[in-house]
Unconditional design. Structure first.
Length: 216
């Protein structure tokens, strides 16, 4: 059988590698379905593949170590001056994004994904902070000082309250079960603050990084 040359149009017999008229090659390679999509990850490194395809899913195998390290730093900052006023929690969300960016330099992050990473770093930060606090109480015997501070706060509130029911509640809070309840509530509030502030910091950092790279 014969076919026209793809360059000059002359008649060429099938199986002839070159056109006898213009010497143009006649062998064509058919495209394999799916090869175009798979090419970046096969022939490029993973970072370059992300850059080529615009991968934007969080890679948790890389995100969890980054969030854990950010949570550790955030927990440590909680024990320095001004750290307990939210700076440590905000720093955890920011650092989680920066550490993850170093591991995945070409992956795209939306503010929503940044909030997720920040929230995970907040969970790590709260758990590590709670462990550090427990160690401080058990090893350095600071539990008495904490109990005294709580009692002083409750007594100051009791001195300003004139309602008999409020006095009963405050008297209960001065008891050991009441102090345990106050500490539990304090830990719950701390957990919510870790989640909220770290998530906000992660979302803002992701938005800033996208704007810096010119991504809408």
């Amino acid at each position: 059988m014969e076919h026209p040359c793809n360059k000059c149009g002359a008649t060429v017999e099938d199986g002839t590698p070159f056109c006898p008229n213009c010497a143009a090659p006649q062998i064509r390679v058919a495209a394999v379905p799916g090869l175009t999509e798979a090419a970046p990850s096969v022939f490029l490194g993973q970072a370059q593949a992300d850059r080529y395809s615009g991968v934007s899913a969080i890679q948790w195998s890389q995100a969890l170590p980054a969030a854990a390290l950010a949570g550790l730093i955030a927990a440590c900052l909680m024990f320095v001056p001004l750290g307990a006023f939210g700076i440590g929690m905000l720093a955890g969300g920011v650092l989680a994004l920066l550490f993850y960016r170093r591991r995945r330099p070409f992956g795209q992050l939306t503010p929503g994904m940044g909030a997720q990473l920040g929230a995970v770093s907040g969970v790590f930060g709260f758990v590590i902070f709670a462990l550090f606090t427990a160690i401080e109480v058990l090893v350095f015997h600071s539990g008495g000082q904490l109990r005294a501070a709580l009692l002083e706060a409750v007594e100051q509130s009791a001195s300003r309250a004139s309602d008999p029911q409020a006095q009963q509640v405050l008297n209960y809070l001065k008891s050991p079960p009441g102090l345990a309840l106050v500490m539990a509530i304090g830990l719950a509030v701390m957990f919510v603050m870790f989640l909220l502030l770290s998530s906000v910091a992660g979302a803002v950092t992701a938005a800033f990084l996208r704007r810096r790279r010119g991504i809408n």
